[in-house]
Design a protein around this ligand. Structure first.
Ligand code: GDP
Ligand code: IMO
Ligand code: MG
Length: 429
């Protein structure tokens, strides 16, 4: 048995969905452990694109049980719609399980996400406006509602009535908005409850029993280290820990059962929303990455900001997650460039070189990337199946990433489809 973790190494959208879908074939369980429908994980099967926001990317693999664990925040309306869409496309979703302890994103969370962003004006985070931050905030102030609360609807009603007093006061007095009616929300949640009940379980119990029975379990991260609430570019982050600690807290799995921690790293960088991005490109190269990589958000459709690979960021991902492997994605997009830059440090205005991520936004002020320049390979590599068959310039690029991060690149993805992969080391034991 082994526990596998897949996490993003940058600002999200590295191609985690594709890598999870590949690994899922061999898994008994695929588990989402944090985040919510701010995530957009794309899987391409025979040229057909499927974007998942809440369902684990293992859902397409019938052999794996799929679990939405306690650390996830669930918009039940989005979840049920996603399940229906898959059913209508002939995908079985009955192997889904939902933790009784996962928090519910309520309509007022979505409303408040938008209102807070509006109030922040120029200082906005650029959130996905899916209610993620307000829902996690309520979890930690202990006025959240959980999936398991729906089981006894009278209990749900009682808790919601208490919480609404606080939420409505905030909406009316601070934001000059209309309050929510208890009955209106209860009417919305009655049919939701009926539909969710069959899927609710105690997920940590089920997963630990599975681990004891030597099952293979894959934990699918959303977002990435630079969006981590503690280690990202705070406050331009999401409201959870997309890094390894999020697995332990969010799925309550014994740490010793985790054997492989796979970081998904895009061969260049992208970021959606506001916040610092040292290697961001505002020139033709940036536009080229954007158009060739089709870099538009899978959740909000926003244009992703693009730039060269920042290895300081990836090294931080390697350290804080304890990565055992890297899956390098979208390297095919770099085939169009004469030269390719990689950021290996940052330079302050006074000339001092720094090698780590600043802890404040003020600390990013005036930082310039220090680049190492690689010669491009200028050849289509999307049909290449082995490392040896890659152009030597491309091999050098990959080897440098390994050397800099101290983590082996076990898989290189050269296209969006399931078949577009090169395997260097066996990730699956
Ligand atoms: P995730 O959020 O980390 O799962 O990533 P997204 O799905 O948001 O974004 C990754 C995008 O890149 C998707 O459209 C994928 O289909 C696509 N993709 C993944 N790997 C590759 C690759 O190796 N090459 C190319 N060209 N596209 C890829
Ligand atoms: P996947 O799983 C890229 C970004 C938002 C915003 C910030 C906070 O597809 O990699 P939030 O709605 O979470 O409060 O927004 O985080 N963000 C993502 N960016 N990929 C994601 O997920 C993201 N999830 C959140 O754009 O900047
Ligand atoms: Mg995404």
């Amino acid at each position: 048995m082994a526990g596998y973790v897949v996490v993003g190494c940058q600002w999200g959208d590295e191609g985690k969905g594709k890598i999870v879908d590949y690994l899922a074939k061999k898994m008994d369980y695929v588990v989402r452990f944090q985040g919510g429908n701010n995530a957009g994980h794309t899987i391409v099967v025979d040229g057909k694109k499927i974007v998942l926001h809440l369902l684990p990317s293992g859902i397409l693999s019938k052999s794996a049980e799929c679990v939405i664990a306690s650390g996830v925040v669930i918009d039940p309306f989005v979840l049920l719609k996603e399940m229906d869409t898959l059913r209508n496309n002939g995908v079985d979703v009955e192997h889904l399980r939902i933790s009784d302890r996962a928090h519910l994103i309520m309509p007022y969370h979505i409303k408040l996400d938008g209102l807070q962003e509006m109030k922040l004006g120029g200082a906005k985070i650029g959130t996905t406006k899916r209610g993620i931050g307000p829902c996690y905030a309520d979890k930690y102030t202990r006025i959240g509602l959980r999936v398991g609360d729906l089981i006894d609807f009278d209990y749900f009603k009682e808790r919601l009535a208490n919480v609404l007093k606080i939420k409505n006061e905030l909406l009316v007095k601070i934001y000059d908005e209309r309050p929510y009616e208890l009955d209106e929300l209860l009417e919305m949640f009655k049919p939701i409850r009926e539909k969710l009940l069959p899927y609710i379980i105690n997920s940590s119990e089920e997963l630990n029993i599975a681990a004891a029975q030597n099952k293979d379990i894959l934990f699918e991260g959303a977002q990435a280290n630079m969006l981590d609430i503690d280690y990202g570019s705070y406050p331009y982050v999401t409201s959870s820990n997309p890094t390894i600690g999020g697995v332990i807290a969010g799925a309550a799995i014994a740490p010793r059962s985790i054997k492989y921690i796979i970081g998904v790293c895009k061969a260049y960088s992208t970021r959606v929303g506001e916040g610092p991005f040292i290697t961001e490109l505002f020139d033709e190269d940036g536009e080229k990455i954007s158009s060739l990589g089709a870099e538009y958000g899978a959740t909000t459709g926003r244009k992703r900001r693009c730039g060269w690979l920042d290895l300081v960021v990836v090294k931080q991902a390697a350290q804080i997650n304890g990565l055992t492997d890297i899956a390098l994605t979208k390297i095919d997009i770099l085939s169009a460039f004469d030269e390719i830059k990689v950021c290996i440090a940052y330079k302050r205005k006074d000339g001092e070189i720094i090698h780590s991520i600043p802890s404040t936004i003020a600390g990013y002020e005036g930082l310039e990337p220090v680049y190492k320049i690689f010669k491009g390979w200028k050849k289509d590599i999307s049909d290449v199946k082995t490392f040896e068959a890659l152009p030597s310039e491309c091999q050098k690029y990959i080897k440098y990433i390994e050397k800099f991060t101290g983590v082996q690149v076990s898989m290189v993805s050269v296209g969006p489809d399931r078949e577009h992969n090169i395997y260097l080391h066996d990730i699956i034991a």
